[in-house]
Design a binder for this molecule. Structure first.
Ligand SMILES: *Cc1c(COP(=O)(O)O)cnc(C)c1O
Length: 408
């Protein structure tokens, strides 16, 4: 049964597509939101501060600043660092476009650093190579949920007096040498989008030990005004001063109530992701043609993504076909990401193009993200494994002839 691939007209493993990620919402989450809807404050009320404090406490961070998205969080971080025209910021090449767009918002230039082929994390050696007198900051992306090599990055940023920003949108709940993500860089950025470790619908957070940075970001999220509506209400004053140009990047009390409820379950969510990852690891170790990413020692990944690389030497087809075949089987695989500088906007604005970061480009041709999220049932996990084995075995080259071909 199930021998012909669904893409060739056979029966699919699943009739309804399993997504690669999705939220987990329970009755407590719903009740928390309903309570706010019945209260006096829908936005800029008491839940914002409560959520920020709980988030900071959970990560052992000094300050947490809530904003309307991970993208807004990255933008606020660039603003707090004073990044502006003429500046360069070194960014990992293999990431979501927002990691680099925040630099462009500020009129500065993103400079792309290549990744390590085994982990797909920013390579500190390439950061060193891309450093110029104009470099102001480094944005390290904790790709797939694994913290970057922060000791090596700190060494470089410390020597040149640069700011280190962690795009930790994948790594909430992960740790690096026993220290939780959220305390590893000067500014640590999180997304609270539904596919991430926890959600507020849309939302973002920045953690930092710098009270000054936190203050600047709180002004920035509120038009550049130094007080918010709630504070003025308490003072009984109408007067406010807009001291610089900001945005409306506020997170509402409705969202913060959901965030508080979700935050209490993050470690449970991450534990389930790790259990699924262990099961995938087991299968990948036996399946010729796919290889998981390396997870470095001393690091606990949060597994926002479970990324495998296809081993082209052992397969008679390419990633595009394997992707389509798995989709046809009802498995919502995905690809994270096209190197940012290959997007048309970057090519046109900054003159970037193929060849800039060869390891990121090679990885892009080979990677697939398998579905992973806490609400996946054991049966869902087994469906992914069944479909992966079915498709990969179908396209597997006889390993003996492959070995002969390799020897020529
Ligand atoms: C999700 C994500 C973002 C952006 O977060 P939003 O909340 O969607 O704005 C930024 N960087 C990375 C690496 C992400 O995965």
């Amino acid at each position: 049964m199930n021998s012909a691939l669904a893409i060739d007209g056979g029966a699919p493993v699943r009739k309804i597509l399993l997504p690669y990620g999705r939220q987990t919402i329970d009755e407590h989450d719903i009740q928390s939101v309903v309570e706010v809807l019945r209260s006096d404050w829908l936005t800029t009320g008491p839940k914002v501060r409560e959520f920020e404090q709980a988030f900071a406490r959970a990560l052992g961070a000094g300050e947490a600043v809530a904003v309307s998205s991970g993208t807004a969080a990255l933008h606020a971080a660039m603003h707090a660092l004073g990044v502006g025209p003429g500046d360069e910021v070194i960014v990992s090449a293999l990431t979501f476009a927002a990691s680099a767009n925040c630099v462009v918002y500020q009129g500065a230039t993103p400079v792309f650093a290549d990744v390590d082929s085994r982990t797909l994390l920013i390579d500190p050696k390439d950061v060193k190579a891309k450093f110029t007198p104009r470099t102001r900051a480094v944005i390290a992306v904790d790709y797939a949920g694994q913290p970057c090599d922060y000791d090596a990055l700190r060494e470089i940023t410390g020597r040149h007096d640069l700011a280190l920003v962690a795009d930790a949108c994948h790594s909430l709940g992960a740790s690096y040498q026993g220290r939780p993500v959220g305390t590893l860089a000067d500014l640590n950025v999180f997304s609270l989008h539904p596919v991430k470790a926890m959600t507020t619908g849309e939302g973002g957070m920045i953690t930092t030990e710098s009270f000054d940075s936190a203050y600047r970001m709180r002004c920035f999220r509120n038009h550049g005004v130094t007080s918010d509506h709630c504070q003025r209400e308490q003072r009984g004053s109408w007067l406010y001063d807009m001291v610089e140009l900001g945005h409306n990047y506020r997170l509402s009390d409705i969202q913060c109530a959901l965030g508080l409820s979700q935050l209490s379950k993050v470690s449970e969510f991450v534990a389930r992701r790790r259990a699924i990852a262990r099961r995938y690891d087991e299968i990948c170790s036996r399946l010729i043609g796919v290889e998981p990413l390396d997870v470095r020692s001393g690091v606990e990944s949060a597994y926002h993504l479970y990324v495998v690389r296809l081993e082209q030497d052992f397969l008679s087809t390419d990633r595009g076909r394997v992707f389509a075949a798995l989709r046809a089987e009802g498995i919502g695989v995905n690809v994270h990401y096209l190197p940012v500088y290959l997007h048309r906007f970057y090519r046109e604005r900054f003159g970037t193009g193929p060849g800039l970061c060869p390891r990121a480009e090679a990885a892009y041709d080979a990677i697939l993200s398998l579905p992973i999220f806490p609400a996946m049932s054991d049966q869902d996990v087994e469906d992914v494994i069944q479909a992966l084995c079915k498709v990969v075995n179908h396209y597997a080259i006889d390993t003996r002839s492959a070995a002969v071909a390799g020897a020529r």
